[in-house]
Write a protein that binds this ligand. Structure first.
Ligand code: UTP
Length: 284
């Protein structure tokens, strides 16, 4: 299976940091966010990845490329640990890039992948969302896909005050999945059909592309992937799966901070010192 990582968004919620650098390159503890996303795809058994980028996102391409000069310097300085780390990043997977010319929305970004994907089911992992789980989130979805042979999207219960920031599903629970009856992009809490929010991980059948073609600009004037899924569900069953693990939307300042703190707290080298420091400042 191939994976598509949309990372072309403007990141307006994170201005001014995102004025000249992609939000997907923001550090989460010691790695840029998008590296966690690529690592999740690889840990899920995917080795062929397309990243959708846009203007001002070259740092993403550079990050997954070789850094030959740096490698030479590290080599002659005998810093083999750093060297290994760098080589590990550029050898993670077979990574391809394509630019979304205009930021017309997530549906439009996914549509840029149609030739690359061809006629096979594929995974979509949003470049600004990281997940931490025992079994990688995308692998959990692949397991469900193998059972149902239909599109599957990861959902999570979201607080009422946050409902209007998500695509929300209406579904009937059957066993461990919800069979989707409807989906709404960023509804008002009163109009939301449930509190199950779409978190940015999908396994999609290739029929999604013809559905995206039919979508008119929706919320925010954007071509929404949720609206394309609404069309798809009229033709094929779509399932939602409450994934087991934690998820951070790093395009949101608070979530971004939480992700670094939680990952650092679990780090062997600095976790205990950070915990003691946090306790100290919380007391004062
Ligand atoms: P968001 O909904 O967070 O939009 O995108 P955004 O434009 O990046 O951020 P804000 O809302 O302005 O702060 C969700 C994912 O879809 C990608 C983003 O890069 C992110 O990974 N995306 C969004 C695209 O690739 N293209 C688009 O046109 C829109």
């Amino acid at each position: 299976m191939k994976a598509v990582i949309p990372a072309a968004g403007l990141g307006t919620r994170f201005l001014p940091i995102t004025k000249a650098q992609p939000k997907e390159m923001l550090p989460v503890y010691d790695k840029p966010a998008i590296q966690y996303v690529v690592e999740e795809a690889v840990a899920s058994g995917i080795e062929d990845i397309l990243i959708i980028t846009g203007r001002g996102k070259r740092a993403i391409e550079d990050h997954f490329d070789r850094a030959v000069e740096l490698e030479l310097v590290l080599n002659s300085a005998g810093k083999s640990d750093y060297l290994k780390q760098l080589e590990g990043i550029s050898n993670l997977a077979s990574i391809h890039f394509i630019r979304q010319k205009e930021q017309r929305g997530l549906g439009d970004a996914v549509y840029c992948a149609r030739r690359y994907v061809g006629n096979e089911p594929f995974a979509v992992l949003l470049g600004d969302t990281i997940t931490i789980a025992k079994v990688p989130c995308t692998k959990q979805l692949i397991n469900v896909f193998e059972r149902y042979s239909s599109s599957v999207i990861a959902v999570e219960k979201v607080g009422r005050e946050k409902i209007s920031s998500y695509g929300i599903i209406k579904g009937k629970k059957t066993g461990e999945v919800y069979k989707i009856e409807d989906l709404v992009e960023k509804p008002r809490p009163k109009e939301a059909p449930s509190d199950l929010g779409i978190i940015g991980r999908y396994i999609l059948t290739p029929e999604i592309f013809e559905c995206i073609e039919k979508v008119k600009p929706g919320v925010g004037g954007e071509i929404q992937l949720t609206d394309a899924l609404r069309i798809l569900k009229e033709k094929q069953e779509i399932y939602a799966y409450e994934f087991k693990g934690k998820r951070y939307d790093i395009g949101n300042k608070l979530d971004w901070l939480k992700s670094s703190i939680e990952i650092a707290l679990n780090n062997e080298e600095i976790g205990n010192e950070l915990r003691a420091y946090l306790r100290k400042i919380l007391k004062s």
